[in-house]
Write a protein that binds this ligand. Structure first.
Ligand code: PMP
Length: 419
């Protein structure tokens, strides 16, 4: 059995240095089951970060659906097959009627890339507004729209960045909308026509801002008034994570022009998609061509369908609401015991815990804490412009007992002298 250090050296030798691993001491995972990941030595880790394993690692229903379909047919998506249609019907039934068509890709990045192409084709513009610490994907076009990558390139001329809200006050929506309006005005002054406002419906890499519900709506109105389309990135909040229906945008009382989704969709099997207003896809189809060899292939469609089955049968949206509320309450109670814990926010099982020393973001302490939690076998991460927000995003099967384990580990880690 190769040691973790040997594996890391081998990985660097074979894959090069650009891929990053989680944690100072990466976990060598060999097996997953529900909310647990197991390392080579048989230790188990509570996976409270992995929104890919949406219905829990290696869910038997999903495995069975994948195996059954793989044994019959998996193919290039330019052959006519029915699984993609069955899945499209099921998926579209979770959306408001206006979002009546869906195109499949393999990754969230491809879905966002496609949404941008559609927006640019249909508006005739190129300009895009995103949040200041956004992450929307790895493609060349999206690197400019993903400032959280921290790439050295200057921001492209067609991109404008707006700060995410920093509080959940009544006027948060108005303030955010004024930033969005100003960004589109600035764009117009440079002679750049607007194409899209592209934002997460819970600001994720910007620091997990979810409240107040509805705060996105005035910004969406401002974007549309400027002639832009609203693309909702649901790669993280989507599929019931927010605990209120399937989609984060519903919390804001808006219907996007396009919605992109990915990560949890196939419970780890690569499938992603972009749902859109049919009139947009009509225009796009008249002027452009698109195909995606693996996107929505029979096996990934079967995986996606099985994930929807499990979300419904195990009432996981309700669990996200119930367990999420409980977990946020317990985390909030830590504020009384630890000065560092400044704010707990989020919706359902999408939770951010902001750490501050007085008024300053406690970035160093946050990194230490994430690694201290990993030593205690609880896996979480960090986000936000100040890198000082613990990000908690477990599988939707997370129970209150798992929440208790997480809070106790966090309480102890915060007590460690080093933090
Ligand atoms: N949008 C958001 C909000 C994401 O978090 C991610 C992935 N971290 C993406 C898009 C890109 O998805 P993928 O990695 O599947 O390409």
């Amino acid at each position: 059995e190769a040691s973790t250090q040997e594996l890391i050296a081998r990985r660097n030798r074979l894959l090069g240095p650009a891929y990053r691993l989680f944690y100072e001491q990466p976990v060598h995972v060999v097996r997953g089951e529900d909310v647990w990941l197991y390392d080579a030595a048989g230790n188990r880790y509570l996976d409270a970060y992995n929104n890919v394993a949406c219905v829990g690692h290696c869910h038997p229903h999903v495995i069975e659906a994948i195996a059954r379909q793989a044994a019959v047919l998996n193919t290039h998506t330019r052959y006519l097959h029915e699984t993609i249609l069955d899945y499209a019907e099921r998926l579209l039934a979770t959306f408001p009627v206006d979002l009546g068509q869906v195109m499949f890709t393999c990754t969230g990045s491809e879905a966002n890339d496609l949404a941008l192409r559609v927006a640019r084709t249909c508006t005739g513009g190129t300009g895009v507004v995103v949040t200041r610490t956004a992450y929307h994907g790895v493609t060349g076009a999206l690197a400019d729209l993903s400032p959280s990558l921290g790439l050295p390139e200057p921001t492209a001329p067609h991109v404008r960045l707006v700060s995410a809200p920093h509080s959940a006050d009544d006027d948060t929506g108005k303030i955010f909308a004024s930033h969005v309006r100003a960004a589109f005005e600035d764009m117009a002054r440079s002679g750049i026509r607007p194409a899209a406002l592209l934002v997460d419906t819970i600001f994720s890499s910007d620091g997990v801002f979810a409240d107040p519900p509805g705060f996105l709506r005035p910004a969406v109105d401002a974007a549309r008034a400027a002639g832009a389309l609203f693309i909702a990135d649901e790669v993280q909040p989507g599929f019931g994570r927010c605990g209120e229906g399937m989609w984060g945008f519903a919390r804001h009382g808006v219907v996007p022009d396009m919605v992109t989704m990915g990560k949890p969709m196939g419970n780890g099997h690569p499938i992603a998609a972009m749902a859109a207003r049919p009139d947009l896809l009509k225009e796009f189809g008249a002027r452009s061509r698109y195909f995606n060899t693996f996107g929505g292939n029979p096996v990934s469609a079967a995986a996606g369908m099985a994930v929807l089955d499990v979300i419904e049968r195990q009432r996981l949206v309700e669990n996200a609401r119930r367990t999420g509320t409980y977990l946020r309450e317990r985390l909030t109670a830590l504020r009384a015991r630890h000065e560092l814990v400044a704010e707990v926010r989020g919706a359902g099982l999408f939770i951010g815990v902001e750490l501050r020393r007085g008024a300053s973001p406690a970035a160093g302490e946050t990194t230490k804490l994430v690694n201290a939690m990993r030593r205690r076998h609880v896996l979480i991460s960090a986000a936000g412009p100040g890198a000082n927000v613990l990000k908690i995003r477990p599988p939707l099967t997370f129970g209150m007992e798992h929440g208790d384990l997480l809070v106790e580990a966090l309480d102890q880690a915060l007590q460690e002298n080093s933090i």
